[in-house]
Design a protein. Structure first.
Length: 304
């Protein structure tokens, strides 16, 4: 028996693809904001969150995310990379997206309600393609405000933050804190008190002529857009250094910006009601935003 489950990602999409037992089949009832995505009630996605996710963007072409999160949780994708790309492209086309956000979910599939994955015979893949606006457009011009969250980033010894698992509760709790404080984003610290990342983005600061960002071992999720920021900065002659950062480092920085698949590159101009630099997006940040947008129009896998 299948019970309908309303998916938050489906609300903006007309088509969601479920790949189960190596067959591609639409599992959506209705269209638009009232669409319902049908999942078996015994899927591990619902009962234990056992799975991994990849986030991609399309800007007329499909950007790639080649992370191996599924391998780190002993979960094999049940299809080749070329098959997965083809299914993703078709889902984008079905939604007629030209600037969109794609979420690939790999679950252990259908099994018993216990924690053991042994009852799950075959993994399943869900592809969600929709439009997204993580932050209002105005914040890309004037910058966003941030607060420091009391919720600490998950300790790597408990669950590696580098794994893009389906458990985002740690980030969600911090996001709630930020919203209740009237901030657009929340800065999460690790157990040592150093800056890890924001609730959904990696963080960079500029001091002098050098960019700094927390290292991987600070407890960050090593984002694809973060890597792109490294490359763009180096092309502009700006050195990027990974080192432990404190709240003081952010407040006393000349500039600050965040990177993420959905956020792209966005300036941050305030932390805990204190301005960063002159309280306005800086020239280095604005140049990186410009370069990033240009890059997304000239790279990737063609969709149409």
């Amino acid at each position: 028996m299948q019970n309908p489950v309303q998916s938050s990602g489906v609300s903006a999409a007309r088509c969601v693809t479920l790949i189960d037992h190596r067959q591609i089949a639409p599992k959506v009832e209705g269209r638009g904001p009232h669409a319902r995505f049908l999942l078996p009630e015994s899927t591990k996605l619902l009962s234990s969150g056992a799975g991994s996710t990849s986030k991609l963007r399309c800007f007329g072409s499909l950007e790639r995310d080649d992370d191996l999160a599924h391998l780190l949780i002993a979960l094999e994708i049940p299809m080749s990379a070329s098959e997965l790309t083809a299914a993703t492209l078709e889902t984008i086309r079905q939604n007629d997206l030209h600037d969109g956000y794609i979420r690939l979910l790999v679950t252990r599939g259908v099994g018993s309600l216990g924690l053991s994955p042994d009852s799950c015979r075959r993994p399943s893949i869900i592809i969600i393609a929709a439009s997204i606006a993580l932050y209002p457009a105005a914040l890309y011009e004037k910058g966003l405000n941030m607060v420091t969250c009391a919720t600490r980033r998950t300790a790597p010894a408990a669950l590696s933050p580098r794994i893009k698992s389906l458990n985002y509760l740690n980030n969600v709790l911090a996001k709630i804190e930020a919203q209740q404080a009237g901030a657009a984003e929340g800065v999460m610290l690790n157990e040592q008190g150093y800056v890890a990342e924001c609730t959904g983005d990696n963080l960079f600061i500029l001091k002098g002529d050098r960019l700094y960002t927390p290292p991987v071992n600070a407890g960050i999720l090593e984002g694809v857009t973060r890597r792109v920021a490294f490359e763009l900065a180096e092309k502009n002659g700006v050195i990027v250094e990974e080192r432990d950062l404190t709240r003081y480092d952010i407040i006393t920085a000349d500039e600050c910006f965040l990177t993420g698949t959905a956020a792209e590159i966005i300036p941050a101009v305030e932390l805990d009601r204190r301005p960063i630099g002159n309280g306005q997006p800086g020239p280095v940040t604005l140049k990186l935003i410009e370069d990033f947008r240009r890059l997304t129009q000239t790279t990737g896998t063609p969709i149409y």
